[in-house]
Design a protein around this ligand. Structure first.
Ligand code: NAI
Length: 242
């Protein structure tokens, strides 16, 4: 089946140099989108239809400049996927340093605020637009340790619901995707015991693929989800069902 849900659309995907972001950029481009990959790192793969822009998403000034560049080159932004993020620190609340806390909150939470604020005015003005924020299953259920990551991903869940409620009547949809354990460079880099433990606790008894998360992001970003806003779509192989 050849689906072309994003023909003529301008899409921004952050953290698209690798992992879930790269798979999402590839999926949107394969469906006709003109995709701009905003990342602090160079892309690990060249994908047709995807243009890379160096942007540190923790900088509001770089966000504004990047979005202005996209608009000047391709026109107003139809879809924003706030995907860039990372665990940053495995420390628990009693131990985490203020510097680590601030760094993780900036990367996972403030970046989502900057991104939404950069695109919302033109989406509201055009009464159209779709934003997908990548949170985590740890943005919905509790776990031990990773205090700043959990706090930031929980915040993304509620920032998404807040924006959905605020802008629903103005034509902008805002949803979040919550991956379970997915094999990406981020999880390859972490302690193998943590990864193995997560796979063992996943009812489907395997890790998810980046393409499986990308498919869910593409659904929410597309007109197939035209009556869907403010949802938390778990892509976790059933992890949170038990
Ligand atoms: P990854 O580490 O493989 O890729 C993250 C990308 O973000 C990289 O390309 C990196 O260069 C970019 N990035 C990092 N800091 C940046 C900055 N300041 N500005 C711009 N770009 C920056 O990560 P992965 O696994 O693909 O994760 C993507 C998202 O999915 C993250 O928000 C992560 O928290 C979330 N997630 C991932 C899960 C997993 O199991 N892989 C599970 C749940 C959520």
């Amino acid at each position: 089946m050849n689906i072309e849900r994003f023909t003529g659309q301008v899409c921004i995907v952050t953290g698209a140099a690798q992992g879930i972001g790269l798979a999402t950029a590839r999926r949107l481009a394969s469906e006709g989108a003109q995709v701009f990959a905003l990342d602090i790192s160079e892309p690990t793969e060249i994908v047709e239809g995807v243009r890379w822009i160096r942007c540190d998403v923790t900088s509001q000034q770089q966000w504004q400049a990047s979005v202005a560049g996209v608009v000047a080159e391709a026109g107003p932004v139809d879809v924003l996927v706030n995907n860039a993020g990372g665990v940053g620190s495995y420390d628990e609340l009693a131990d985490i340093s203020t510097a680590d806390w601030d760094r993780v909150i900036m990367l996972n939470q403030s970046s989502v605020f900057y991104g939404m604020q950069a695109v919302l005015p033109s989406m509201i003005a055009r009464s159209t637009g779709s934003i997908v924020n990548v949170s985590s299953m740890w943005g919905i259920i509790g776990t031990a340790g990773v205090a700043a990551y959990q706090a930031s991903k929980g915040a993304v869940t509620m920032m998404t619901k807040n924006a959905a409620a605020t802008y629903a009547s103005r034509g902008v949809r805002v949803n979040s995707v919550h991956p379970g354990f997915i094999w990406t460079p981020m999880t390859v880099a972490q302690d193998a015991d943590i990864s193995q433990g997560l796979v063992e606790k996943t009812p489907m008894a395997r890790a998810g693929l980046t393409s499986e998360v990308a498919a869910s992001i593409a659904f929410l970003a597309s007109q197939d989800a035209s009556f869907v806003t403010g949802v938390q779509l778990l892509v976790d192989g059933g992890f949170t069902t038990v």
